[in-house]
Design a binder for this molecule. Structure first.
Ligand code: NAD
Length: 476
């Protein structure tokens, strides 16, 4: 059985802890018990990390594609070797079922391997000019990156935040969530053990607002990469704007799922019910608003609720568990508030709507229907195990509902009509659209949103490009 490791920061390749620093108690969300004490950065720690990041950038910007690929491929191999340990640590501190944590390791393996190839394809171009003149367009690493990763994918988020800057030739200071530090440290350690210099990638923890103000207030940092809520994203984007830093913002969503009468309902249900309750709904691309055509509404809603009731909720370390606890005590509180408000406004609760057990942060898989559009849950990202199912009269009304909110991250649609598929692909406002599939992410595919869901993309060639600036050089 993997023990929970002792916690530290990683500054300039050295483990930093103790020394009278403040600490944060890391809690196992399945039991509510404290499993670790995390040291929090003081301003002097952050200054040391910034100085190291500056040195790391000077070093790594000159690295060859072969060196970058060797580190990324080496880290991918180590991640695979350490898959079981890393998955257990992620489940201990975040709660998700082990099977989901193992997939997170594989996501990082795939991404690092993809980026290891992508470093050879950072092409520029030569412009057509008269003889004697030469004009080239090149891409250079943007500089030291400050990256903030949330707790919902404790391994996957740090992998994204570290992989792209390293591939691009940047240095990076990662502040992963204080709730899930050991997973982030485990991913970083694979990169360091694969030969990455300690000044190129570092990990700090702290009081989030103190750390982000300090790092973003420094001219050393040239780019902000943030994953988290829209509210915090807007706050950090303003801090970054003071110094015109580049930004990649992966923010909240409110995933619409359009289910048309001509869809294969059993296949839809097989896919979307599992997808809804993955990671207890704490997924930015989670399907949230089920926008169902009237003709199949009753059947869809009843079958959905039956399947939700059958989901095995329990400790993520138990292989039989299909849904673990929520990650922290704020989430069940948010569920009670949002579901309570919807029911009070007339929504029907078909199952769930309550906490499970006396220990940890468990919440029952929940299904609401007939929810008025002014209920908070129809406008605010619920980020939890609740499906919102409403009936609509045909395509136009369904597209209007999909585009009603200012979010635009992931959207899904189920229909067999090929002309309609094309219309939906064009008209739904989202960064990622899945038609007859829930598979909208992959190492080679840009992951990101539009409008209040943010801008810029992670993964794919776009993930590396986002860590680069363009330079045009004209020689006469
Ligand atoms: P939150 O908005 O306070 O925190 C979200 C993340 O941002 C956390 O990792 C936190 O450490 C970090 N953060 C908070 N304040 C920060 C600051 N000033 N500077 C830097 N980082 C900061 O909320 P929470 O209670 O942790 O989560 C609630 C909401 O966050 C959810 O309802 C969901 O909408 C959103 N969220 C989104 C994602 C995502 O993948 N997009 C992940 C986690 C949380």
């Amino acid at each position: 059985m993997t023990a929970y490791p002792s916690l530290h920061m990683m500054i300039a390749g050295e483990r930093v802890s103790g020394g009278g620093r403040r600490t944060h108690a890391v809690v196992n969300p399945a039991t509510g018990e404290t499993i670790g004490e995390l040291p929090l950065a003081e301003p002097a720690d952050l200054d040391r990390a910034l100085e190291a990041a500056q040195r790391g950038f000077k070093l790594w910007r000159k690295s060859t594609p072969q060196q970058r690929a060797a580190v990324l491929n080496g880290a991918a191999r180590l991640l695979l070797e350490r898959q079981e340990d890393l998955a257990r640590i992620a489940t201990l501190e975040q709660g998700k079922p082990l099977a989901e944590a193992r997939i997170e390791v594989l996501m990082n393996v795939g991404l690092f391997q993809f980026y290891a190839g992508e470093v050879f394809r950072i092409y520029g171009r030569t412009l057509v000019r008269p003889e004697g003149m030469r004009s080239t367009v090149t891409h250079e690493p943007v500089g030291p990156v400050a990256a903030f990763a949330p707790w919902n994918f404790p391994l996957g988020n740090p992998g994204r935040k570290l992989g792209a800057p390293i591939a691009a030739g940047c240095s990076v200071i990662l502040k992963a969530a204080e709730e899930t530090p050991a997973s982030a440290l485990g991913v970083l350690q694979c990169l360091l053990d694969a030969g990455l210099p300690g000044e190129v990638a570092q990990a700090v923890f702290g009081v989030p607002d103190e750390v982000s103000r300090h790092l973003l207030g420094s001219p050393i940092i040239r780019k902000l990469s943030f994953t988290g809520s829209t509210v915090i994203g807007k706050h950090l984007a303003k801090l970054a704007a003071e110094d015109m830093k580049r930004t990649t913002m992966e923010l909240g969503g409110h995933g619409p799922v359009l289910v048309f009468g001509d869809a294969d309902l059993d296949r839809v249900l097989d896919t979307v019910v599992t997808q809804k309750y993955r990671n207890a709904g704490q997924v930015c691309v989670s399907p949230t608003r089920f926008i169902v055509e009237e003709s199949v509404y009753d059947r869809f809603r009843n079958a959905f609720a039956e399947r939700a009731k059958a989901i095995a909720v329990g400790n993520g370390l138990d292989e039989a568990t299909r849904m673990g606890p929520m990650a922290n005590p704020r989430r069940p509180e948010a569920m009670d508030r949002l579901i309570g408000d919807a029911v009070q406004r007339g929504a029907k609760l078909h199952t769930g709507g309550e906490r499970v057990g006396n220990a940890g942060f468990f919440y029952a898989p929940s299904v609401l229907s007939d929810i008025p559009l002014d209920a908070a849950i129809m406008n605010e990202e619920p980020f939890g195990p609740v499906a919102l199912i409403n009936a609509y009269a045909g395509e136009e009304a369904m597209i209007a509902e999909a585009n009603r909110l200012p979010y635009g991250l992931a959207a899904f649609a189920w229909t067999q009509d090929s002309k309609r598929q094309q219309r939906l692909a064009r008209e739904i406002e989202a960064g990622m659209v899945g038609i007859n599939t829930n598979m909208i992410a992959g190492a080679d595919s840009p992951f990101g949103g539009v409008r209040w869901s943010g801008h810029g993309a992670e993964d794919g060639p776009e993930g590396v490009q986002a860590c680069m600036v363009t330079k045009a050089v004209h020689e006469g």
